[in-house]
Design a protein. Sequence first.
Length: 234
Amino acid sequence: MATTIFKTLSMATGLSTALLFTGFSSHALAMSPFQASYQFGYNGKNMGTATRTLSKSGNTWSYVFAAKAAAIASATETSRFTLNNGQISSSNFSRTSKILVHNDTMTINFNPNTKMINTKKKDKERSFAWKAGVLDELNAELQVREDLKSSGLKSSYLIADAKGIDTHQFVKQGTESVKTSYGTFDTIKVVMKHDNNDKNSTFWLAPKLDYLPVKMTHQDGNTSYSLLLTGYKN
């Protein structure tokens, strides 16, 4: 049970990547710091909480996603990047996770000057070629939100993980009204494509909150988890 919850938390952080979207684009708003809190559900039961926090120091932005399931498991991801004319330049990404007394870590360092990306997961180190516009699992969300407010979504997004760079696509499935404990929001519903048909990831984005995800669900066979907004501070 604990191992399954741990894997779910890791998916929750990783899939924060997928909050990508189209439509409802109104006036362009500059990226600004915020904090959002969520209720974390597992197989239909409330298991814990999660937060998203965006902050800035000098020219460097930090985006943190953290989730915790009671005292059993926790996971945190941190993305650091710069922003110039609406385009994110990734600097580094890290993930730490814990289940009971067992810890796991992963880091990604982006080096555009040397045209390399260096990663480390547990004791396994890898290096592969850097590509222009490559993002990480967290700042990809923010890049898409910036794109929506300007020229529109790209056909695909390059996202690095511990093993290499993957191409991700997202499909709009209309609009829905979503009720949360923080309020009811008109949202854009977006589905992330998976190669495995047993997987389904869906996201609901609120233009009123600068395209913040107010709800998400992920189904993998008989296992599911969800995030639902409980608070927001800009």
